[in-house]
Ligand binder design. Structure first.
Ligand code: DC
Length: 223
C-alpha cells in the first residue's frame, strides 16, 4: 500500500482538549484517529477490577499479555470484548491511570501496539503524552496542545455537565494537576515538549480555531 497521508502527533497535559480536537482533525483530513490515553485507561480498569498491586510485576505482565483492547471508529473502547467507553472515564480510573502509565512494562507493551497500528495505517493522528517523543518520533507534524490549569478544569466540568454530571471545579483542578505532575515527572517517556513540536496555547482559543490551526499547518506543509 502506498502511504501518502500525514502522520500527526498531538501531545499535551490532561484536559487540553486533545481528544476532541484530534477527532475533528481526523474527520477533516480523512485519516485514522488513535486515542492512546484510552488504552492506558482500559489497562488501568482491568488492574482495578482484578485488584492487581502495582508492585506485582508478574501479575501485571500477565494482565498485559491477556488483555485485548479495541478502539472503535465511533470512540467506543472495548476491553476483552466488553464496551467500557464510559467506565474508563470514571473517577477510580482517573485516580490510578497515571501511576499505571508510569510502569515501564505497561508502556513498552502499549507503545509497540501503537507503533504497529501507525505502521499499517495510511496517515494517522495519534494523541497522548509521548507520541512525538517516543511512539512516532518520525511524525510529519507534531503539536503540543496546552491551556491554563483553570481553563482545563473549566472545560472538563462543562463537558461533564453536558452529560448531566456536576463536578466541583476545585476537585477537577486538583485531579488534573496531580496527573500532570506524575505524567511529566515519571522516568519513562514523560510528558515533554519536543524541539520540533508546534506549541498551541488554546487558553483563549475556540475549538474551531484550534482545529483550523492544525489543519492549516498540515495543508500549508509548515511545521
Ligand atoms: O489523555 P488521557 O487523559 O485520557 O490519558 C490518561 C492517562 O494515560 C494520562 O494521565 C497519562 C497516560 N498516558 C500516557 O502515559 N501516555 C500516553 N501516550 C497517553 C496517556
Amino acid at each position: 500500500m502506498e502511504k501518502n497521508k500525514p502522520k500527526i502527533a498531538i501531545d499535551g497535559p490532561a484536559g487540553a482538549g486533545k481528544s476532541t480536537v484530534a477527532r475533528e482533525v481526523s474527520r477533516r483530513l480523512g485519516i485514522k484517529y488513535l486515542d492512546t490515553g484510552a488504552m492506558y485507561r482500559a489497562i488501568t480498569l482491568k488492574v482495578l477490577r482484578e485488584n492487581i498491586k502495582l508492585e506485582d510485576t508478574t501479575a501485571l505482565v500477565r494482565v498485559l499479555e491477556n488483555t485485548k483492547i479495541q478502539l472503535g471508529d465511533d470512540n467506543g473502547v472495548f476491553l476483552d470484548g466488553e464496551d467500557v467507553t464510559e467506565e474508563i472515564r470514571s473517577s477510580g480510573v482517573n485516580g490510578l491511570v497515571s501511576p499505571v502509565s508510569a510502569i515501564s512494562s505497561v508502556r513498552r507493551h502499549l507503545v509497540s501496539v501503537q507503533q504497529a497500528i501507525a505502521a499499517e495505517s495510511d496517515g494517522i493522528i495519534m494523541e497522548g503524552r509521548d507520541i512525538g517523543s517516543r511512539v512516532m518520533p518520525d511524525a510529519d507534524y507534531k503539536f503540543y496542545l496546552d491551556a491554563s490549569i483553570e481553563e482545563r478544569a473549566r472545560r472538563r466540568c462543562r463537558e461533564q455537565l453536558e452529560k448531566g454530571i456536576t463536578l466541583s471545579l476545585e476537585a477537577v483542578g486538583a485531579e488534573i494537576k496531580n496527573r500532570d505532575n506524575i505524567d511529566s515527572q515519571r522516568e519513562d517517556s514523560p510528558l515533554t515538549i519536543v524541539d520540533d513540536a508546534l506549541v498551541v496555547d488554546t487558553t483563549g482559543m475556540t475549538f474551531d480555531e484550534v482545529v483550523d490551526k492544525i489543519v492549516e499547518t498540515v495543508y500549508g506543509g509548515q511545521r
